[in-house]
Design a protein. Structure first.
Ligand SMILES: Cc1cc2nc3c(=O)[nH]c(=O)nc-3n(C[C@H](O)[C@H](O)[C@H](O)COP(=O)(O)OP(=O)(O)OC[C@H]3O[C@@H](n4cnc5c(N)ncnc54)[C@H](O)[C@@H]3O)c2cc1C
Lengths: 360, 389
């Protein structure tokens, strides 16, 4: 057992933090939120600097690293409120690489590593759709998916669909005939789309195992995003209450404020352990739905409660658009709901309460 | 004890409902939706406001010497509640806060000069209290008013002055004696916003609303701009802020959000009601609303009996402001990813985006109007008599 970062992970984190601090100002995020779309320049940097290659096997041109390395990168991107389909693309490509068709895997992973291919998972979510769930007949996909992160920005969708009654994952090009995306606005102001497919050409990318992997990896990595938002809000708050003076003293010297900060820090650290363990278990192939769901439930709560408590301690200044705190409270809340809200995750965990867990 | 409503109040409630039925029109809704934080009322709201005046409902509960009818506070309560249920504001809040202060502390000439305009909404007000270094610690305010012949010369900066861009006047707290202890050197003024030397800069907030920064550079006002005695300002402000606290505590609209949530679930997400845990969460929210209403009624009872609530007002303020966050938070969680959609996601957003909007707007209720941490101090010290450290 070792919950600390490896030397490689520390270096990854530091070099990315430097880059983002210099090259991705928050005004860039404001612009993206206003105009829509993802940060193409950042994506090209990540591809060029090898960040996209981390979790993939060397046989496909990857770095052969651990999924926790990718999680460290994702947390750092979250702490800068970056708007890119990093989780979506990584989890999708990994699902294909580890459990999908071999020839397709090589093509997809190389495309992802080079920066040319981006992928959005289009899975069955919690909200029932009005239209039909996607089905594939003779290589053509038809149906509807409600909430697809970056659905209008990526080059490909990885759609959960059935073919002859069997569930599987199907790769569809966003630009293909028969694919329509309608952008939906959320509290995060990051890209989300409602997608409809009408006879879109689709390639089978994996079966039930790939689908299960994608669900788990996506949920575990989304927990990392929740955690990143909480951590950033916590760090900003600790710094701010140490400086802000009211009643002739820093507000951070009031016991009530210190207790809030202590609770925020404890909540964040406890979510950190479960979250990274969940990512590690996915990587090792020993994850269970229950462990992933519990981690996401906890991280969802941290990403919500810690960021909103930060707003209380910041007072008026943190409530303005000019200040940067709202990125983390808004993104934190949206991530808390994506890939299963705390309530939904607890329901999943409750359903498997009788199953024995790997470390029991 | 009596937990019901007497016939007179029931009848009044029916009257208010009928009134709202008549005036809560699609045109009013549209106007309210597009209004932003403007101090002025649009034509529909003005119509509603005038009708309220005609019925004598605006000041019915004020003492007769303040121009009211001295009716029991329960009438005000019933009216506020019915308006809140429909989320219809019944005027610009600051007028009903500053009006009584001018009435009580102003001279005869000042009453005549300002009150008719305030009641008719020709004079609209913004509140110039907070400053960069004076938030929770309001008494630390530094904007300086200096006597210059017969006039006052004002210099300094206000922050978070909502509606400063649309109001006709600012109700302004200034330091008039820098050497006195900080609570004893403050005075209140009413100043036309078009006075030379005042400039306004917008500040946009995460709730989508606008507030402002206001700068005062050698702003010259006549001596009758001062309301009350010199250096009596803190007392006047504290009086007015008490009104605001009760107002925040009234929790306008939260029950309404819950009702809309239930309607959404019944219509669009019936599968949720098959889950016992969801049902329990919903009942807990209902219970939280019951507590809120219980605290509000407890406060109203104290006021109606002629006393002033202290710790009860703080309890109500804390509970209601936390509940605003909690109810939107839990509801979004129950609905899952669709809970994140904003009103722009037309046709997809549950409750027309009201949950996410309420969530984003919830922080200010918790740190504004006296931060909840300070309210807890009040409960512990003033209410429970615990010692200071
Ligand atoms: C959108 C908006 C509109 C507003 N409109 C107006 C307006 O029209 N007119 C006006 O005058 N003001 C207005 N305000 C200002 C508002 O009243 C202040 O924001 C509020 O008083 C808090 O002050 P602050 O923002 O400086 O926070 P701070 O005073 O810095 O407080 C921040 C936090 O520190 C903690 N804290 C502070 N003091 C203590 C203590 N003694 N013990 C324990 N904890 C403490 C609390 O957690 C508090 O929430 C508005 C603010 C906003 C954001």
């Amino acid at each position: 057992m070792d919950t600390t970062l490896s030397e490689t992970q520390r270096l990854l984190r530091e070099s990315l933090r430097d880059y983002l601090g210099n090259e991705v100002p928050f005004d860039r995020i404001r612009e993206l939120e206003r105009e829509g779309g993802a940060d193409q320049a950042l994506w090209e940097y990540l591809a060029g600097a090898g960040f996209l290659a981390l979790p993939f096997a060397e046989a496909h041109g990857g770095e052969g690293g651990e999924l926790t390395d990718t999680a460290v990168v994702l947390e750092e991107l979250t702490r800068r409120a970056c708007i890119i389909p990093f989780l979506e693309t990584t989890a999708s490509a990994l699902a294909i690489a580890r459990h999908g068709d071999g020839a397709l895997a090589d093509e997809v992973v190389r495309g992802v590593i080079g920066g040319a291919i981006t992928i959005a998972p289009a899975l069955q979510g919690s909200t029932p759709a009005n239209g039909a769930s996607p089905r594939v007949v003779d290589g053509a996909l038809s149906g509807e998916r409600r909430f697809v992160d970056y659905g209008a920005e990526v080059t490909h969708h990885l759609v959960e669909a059935t073919e002859n009654g069997e569930p599987g994952l199907y790769l569809v090009e966003t630009a293909a005939d028969g694919v329509a995306t309608e952008s939906l606005s959320t509290i995060a102001r990051t890209p989300l789309a409602h997608c409809t497919y009408e006879g879109a050409p689709a390639r089978r990318a994996g079966g039930a195992e790939a689908l299960q992997f994608l669900r788990r990896a996506g949920r575990a990595l989304c927990a990392v995003q929740c955690l990143g938002n909480a951590q950033q809000a916590l760090d900003m708050t600790v710094e701010y209450v140490g400086m802000r003076v009211q009643f002739g003293r820093p507000i951070g010297s009031f016991q009530a404020v210190q207790h809030h900060c202590a609770n925020m820090a404890t909540q964040t650290l406890s979510a950190r352990f479960l979250t990274y363990r969940a990512v590690w278990c996915v990587d090792q192939g020993i994850a269970t739905d229950r462990e992933i769901a519990k981690a996401k439930a906890l991280a969802s709560r941290a990403g919500t409660e810690v960021t909103m408590q930060a707003h209380i301690l910041f007072g008026g200044i943190g409530y303005t658009e000019e200040y940067d705190l709202h990125f983390f409270s808004r993104h934190g809340k949206e991530r808390a709901l994506a890939w299963g809200s705390a309530e939904e995750c607890l329901r999943v965990a409750a359903d498997t309460l009788d199953e024995v867990q790997p470390w029991q | 004890m009596e937990f019901g409503w007497n016939e007179e109040l029931e009848a009044f409630r029916d009257e208010v409902r009928a009134f709202l039925q008549e005036f809560d029109t699609p045109a009013l809704r549209k106007e309210l939706a597009n209004r932003g934080e403007a101090a002025q009322l649009g034509p529909e709201q003005t119509r509603l406001r005038e009708a309220l005046e005609d019925r004598g409902w605006v000041r019915m509960c004020w003492p007769e010497e303040l121009g009211g009818e001295g009716k029991s506070q329960w009438f005000q309560f019933v009216m506020t509640e019915e308006f809140a249920k429909r989320e219809v504001p019944y005027g610009s809040g600051f007028g009903t806060m500053v009006g009584p202060a001018i009435h009580r502390f102003g001279t005869e000439a000042q009453r005549e000069k300002y009150l008719p305009g305030i009641w008719a909404n020709d004079i609209t007000l913004c509140l110039g209290y907070s400053e960069p270094n004076a938030g929770t610690d309001l008494a630390a305010l530094e904007t300086l008013a200096v006597k210059d012949g017969d006039d006052w010369l004002i210099n300094g900066q206000k922050l978070w002055t909502s509606a400063a861009d649309t109001a006709s006047h600012v109700w302004l707290a200034c330091r008039t004696d820098p050497d006195a202890p900080k609570h004893r050197g403050i005075s209140t003024f009413i100043v036309p916003m078009d006075t030379p030397g005042i400039s306004v800069r917008p500040i946009m907030t995460m709730s989508g609303g606008r507030t402002n920064e206001v700068f005062f550079e050698d702003v010259r006002v006549p001596s009758d701009a001062l309301i009350g005695e010199v250096n009596q300002g803190w007392y006047i402000i504290a009086n007015a802020l008490d009104h605001e606290r009760v107002w925040i505590g009234a929790g306008g609209g939260l029950r309404h959000i819950f009702d809309r949530l239930m309607a959404h679930i019944r219509e669009k997400r019936p599968e949720l009601l098959e889950d016992d845990v969801v049902r329990r969460r919903l009942v807990e929210l209902e219970l939280d609303l019951d507590v809120m209403e219980g605290l509000v009624l407890t406060n109203a009872s104290i006021v109606a009996s002629g006393d002033t609530p202290t710790m009860e007002a703080s309890m109500s303020k804390i509970w209601t402001s936390e509940l605003r966050y909690h109810i939107s938070n839990v509801a979004m969680d129950l609905l899952g990813h669709e809970g994140a959609l904003t009103e722009e996601a037309d046709g997809f957003a549950p409750l027309g985006g009201e949950l996410e909007r309420t969530y984003r707007a919830s922080p200010i209720q918790r740190f504004g109007g006296g931060a909840n941490e300070v309210q807890r101090d009040i409960i512990a010290r003033r209410g429970l008599g615990l010692p200071r450290h």
